[in-house]
Design a protein around this ligand. Sequence first.
Ligand code: FMN
Ligand code: SF4
Length: 390
Amino acid sequence: MIQKKGPVVLIDIDVDEVFKKALSMSRVDILDEIKKSGLKGRGGAGFPTETKWNLAGTASDDKKYVVCNADEGEPGTFKDRVLLSDYTDDLLAGMTIAGYVIGSTQGIIYLRCEYIYLYKHINNKIEERRKKNLLGKNILGKDGFNFDIYIQPGAGAYVCGEETALIESLEGHRGEPRNRPPYPTVVGYLGKPTIINNVETFITAMRIIDKGAEWFTKYGTDKSTGTKLFSISGDCRAPGIYELPMGITVKELLATVGGEDAKAVQVGGASGSCITRNEFNLTLAYEDISTGGSIIIFGEKRNMLDIAINFMEFFVEESCGQCTPCRYGTETLLEGLYMLKNKKCSIKYLKELLQLGETMQTASKCGLGQSAPNAFISILKNFKHEILCS
Ligand SMILES: Cc1cc2nc3c(=O)[nH]c(=O)nc-3n(C[C@H](O)[C@H](O)[C@H](O)COP(=O)(O)O)c2cc1C
Ligand code: SF4
């Protein structure tokens, strides 16, 4: 499954030593190091980690929460699963350090329900850390630093990976996104300041504390520092998980994974965009095409219209139905794709559908509806000839 390791995330370190080092540092020093590293969240949106931790850290409240987003529902993404199983201690230590930085006593892992088989393993690791006083009260003798972690399994909805829907779900409600602001760093779980980070983000923060911001920024680009885990699937010789420097071009990535013959690449899962050969020089970085790590490769024989239909069926299924642009838009775009398939869609109606897609991008309440038309728009734009003439 792991095809390429290192040099930042998929490495073996002495987790307990790094943890001790972190607790010997001040909260301000840790934040400073994370800031200098330029670390941006690895869940897809790329929000600066230091800003998030700082906002929650400065909020004055009696209770704060650290939540690990282990929902990993984006089609084509499977890198967090490996981190949860093989780098569990690194994650638990990273969450505990985040708790130390923001002044929280409780961590929660929101675990994708399909990963329930990992529950026992993660729980055993939590128990081991409690026994070693790496979780619990006065951790490693640090007076007043109390922190513990529990796992909350999800119930199988893609939208619950969206941070505010995740909070609703944690609270026992339907997983429907909230209006933002207020942001979770101020009003989060149970109305308290909450940081929500991706699994890879917590582990990357650990690495930065271990080896320093200067070392970390040697990898990647100015605005996209470090490395990134990519989940590679589709038409290539060696699918699996790769750790690669941020800023690598799509072409370089395809050469690495044996996908040189690709005619299209879906970057960022179903909610991402589908790019063609003439865009393969773009870089996988926040300044070009940002991604949570899902890369799906399509070879010459793939029918692009069928791919667009497949993605849109997913969004129709997963839309929570709370707001009209997404609820109505996903259904209407899917009907339009079926019409195209049956050669019953006029060019005029196709243009209207593309406009509807743009409206959804701006008017939907959360990232699900805002990104649902991305594949539709990019596939129709880039493969118009294939779709209309087949
Ligand atoms: C529909 C939808 C699903 C999402 N699913 C995930 C997910 O499975 N894992 C994740 O880390 N972030 C997911 N996100 C992004 C989260 O809302 C949030 O930005 C992220 O957990 C923040 O962590 P980071 O700053 O470490 O990236 C999703 C967003 C949307 C709109
Ligand atoms: S955009 Fe879609 S998933 Fe998000 S709140 Fe609206 S209906 Fe729900």
